[in-house]
Design a protein around this ligand. Structure first.
Ligand SMILES: C[S@@+](CC[C@H](N)C(=O)[O-])C[C@H]1O[C@@H](n2cnc3c(N)ncnc32)[C@H](O)[C@@H]1O
Length: 291
């Protein structure tokens, strides 16, 4: 709930502290700006009022929920949670602390919920630009505060307030991540790697991940964040039936380019079940030391 993480949230306009008013129906900043909490439990924190881009739509969220609920990406979620644990250990966060984990582009909250279930006393801030995602984030876990916000803008968080940031197949803003991370905090990035969904590329007509993607992500962050450990690669095989394949494509950026009718026709031509490779890179980044 928002009340659990209010101490780290900040006014997106001027960065001043927020507090709940009217039994958390509104968040109000020290400078007097007021942000309504939607009845579904999330708050939109944007300097311009609304958000410029709508992110994943309800159909994509439904596909994501369907696919993830079948456990096909279990090795990914376990790897992210394990990396968060390592990051907290390396930061020497004591066992009796209540660390803040922020996930950016958190979608349905599948990854954040798993992490919060595993890391003792942890609290989560789930950020997504998509309103359908923010609605899901508000109910995904009792310890999650759901915020609709744009990662490309000033994040509605205080400086030095977050223990770990996770980003799973979602956009990153290294300058803002560095501002809101506590000293010793880390950013965990899971990004698709070459070969991910390889068996589906040709029959469904989706493009492969471009080579060097992780290296580019690391070099683009280099002014603010540096690797805390070598990149690790996670690869496993999934046994996917046609419905899972349709959900996988429906939750991906390809859903924006392939109409539901064309996708259904292409999926119908596949065998009833296929072995499909999942492959991603997991990076742990720490604050760049000051000169
Ligand atoms: C590929 S999905 C990943 C969702 C989730 N991390 C997962 O793996 O289940 C990318 C998510 O990032 C969100 N997103 C896209 N652009 C964003 C932005 N500028 N700011 C915040 N979230 C954004 C989308 O709405 C979507 O929920």
């Amino acid at each position: 709930m928002l009340a659990d993480v209010i101490e780290v949230l900040a006014d997106p306009i001027d960065g001043t502290a927020l507090h709940g008013e009217d039994n958390f129906r509104r968040l109000v900043s020290e400078s007097g700006h007021s942000y309504d909490v939607a009845r579904q439990g999330y708050v939109t924190l944007s300097a311009g009022g609304g958000l410029k881009f709508s992110g994943d739509n309800p159909e994509m969220l439904q596909s994501r929920e369907a696919f993830l609920s079948r456990g096909h990406f279990a090795p990914f979620v376990e790897a992210v949670t394990e990396a968060v644990g390592v990051a907290l250990d390396e930061a020497e966060v004591p066992d009796d602390a209540h660390p803040i984990i922020m996930e950016v582009g958190a979608g349905t909250g599948y990854y954040l919920s798993h992490t919060l279930d595993t890391v003792l006393n942890s609290r989560g801030v789930g950020i997504d630009i998509s309103i359908p995602a923010a609605k899901r984030l508000a109910t995904c876990h009792s310890q999650v505060g759901a915020v609709a916000a744009d990662v490309w803008s000033r994040l509605p968080l205080k400086d030095d307030s977050v223990d770990v940031i996770t980003v799973v197949f979602a956009p990153r803003n290294p300058a803002e991540f560095a501002r809101v991370l506590k000293p010793g905090g880390q950013v965990i990035v899971l990004s698709a790697d070459v070969g991910h969904l390889a068996e589906l590329r040709e029959p469904i007509g989706i493009i492969d991940v471009e080579p060097g993607k992780v290296e580019r992500m690391i070099s683009q962050a280099a002014d603010y964040l540096v690797p805390a450990a070598p990149v690790e690669y996670i690869e496993f095989q999934m046994e996917l039936d046609q419905s899972s394949i349709a959900s996988q494509i429906g939750m991906s950026p390809s859903a924006r380019h392939i109409s539901p009718e064309v996708l259904a026709a292409r999926v119908a031509k596949l065998p009833p079940s296929m072995t499909v490779t999942a492959r991603a890179a997991i990076s742990r980044l720490a604050l760049k030391p000051q000169d």
